[in-house]
Design a protein around this ligand. Structure first.
Ligand code: ZN
Length: 244
């Protein structure tokens, strides 16, 4: 499978960019992971919107869902124009009933509830989940196909549970939203050294950092991660294809 970062920022995007989001492809099936600010514009560089097959949402913070409404309008406009359309499934937890209800829109998109214990088959992917530690309920996710896996931490502070969940993954895509001086001072996110520790303890074969802060120099976060993880680590690069 191919994983393409569509955006790398946490909170809000830099000019002409997007918040942290990924397109995961295999055998012509296109699955979007998270749909925050700027993601819809970025996504169209890689796949026409009507060719998107599924969306998975980790949690309902704005930097992960802000563009859902525009995605729904794109499907609706295509429908009004008489273009071929299918109902787009948007997988997400339903512990926030109000937000979950908004995922279903005029029979163009439909919310599909997922639980942490579910193993869901989405196109060619087997997808499993793990609750993270974040101010709102949030699910990390692991996509598997042909015996290979990519694990996305979504938003989280350090979690022992996540170590077990991501153990042995081929590609770990970890959030790293904090500089070392903020370690332990901002709930719900990890610093570079913690993300590096997660990569080390899971034995991840490749390691990519995302959900980066707009202030400061994110290379410092990468350096902190490299101080712990001895394999290859890099900041997510928008448009780069990570083949797993
Ligand atoms: Zn969040």
């Amino acid at each position: 499978m191919n994983i393409i970062p569509l955006g790398i920022w946490g909170g809000y995007p830099k000019a002409n960019s997007a918040t942290s989001s990924f397109l995961i492809e295999h055998d012509g099936f296109h699955c979007l992971v998270d749909c925050g600010s700027g993601v819809l514009a970025s996504l169209q560089n890689y796949v026409p919107l009507e060719k998107l097959n599924a969306v998975v949402i980790s949690h309902y913070h704005a930097d992960h869902i802000a563009d859902i409404g525009s995605l729904q309008y794109s499907r609706l406009i295509n429908y009004y124009l008489g273009k071929p359309s299918t109902v787009l499934p948007i997988y997400a937890h339903d512990r926030d009933e109000e937000h979950f209800a908004q995922l279903s829109h005029k029979e163009q998109t439909i919310g599909v509830a997922i639980q942490e214990t579910d193993i869901v088959h989405i196109g060619p992917f087997e997808v499993s989940f793990c609750e993270t530690i974040h101010p709102v309920y949030c699910l990390a996710m692991k996509f598997k196909v042909d015996g290979r896996s990519v694990t996305l931490t979504a938003d989280t502070e350090w979690s022992d549970k996540l170590v077990k969940f991501a153990s042995g993954t081929d590609l770990l895509i970890s959030e790293a939203n904090l500089y070392e001086e903020h370690l332990g001072k901002a709930p719900g996110h990890m610093a570079g050294s913690e993300a590096g520790r997660l990569a080390k303890m899971t034995g991840a074969k490749r390691f990519v950092l995302t959900h980066l802060p707009l202030h400061g120099n994110p290379e410092d976060i990468l350096d902190a991660a490299k101080g712990v993880y001895e394999g290859h680590a890099e900041l997510a690069v928008v448009g780069k294809e990570y083949e797993v």
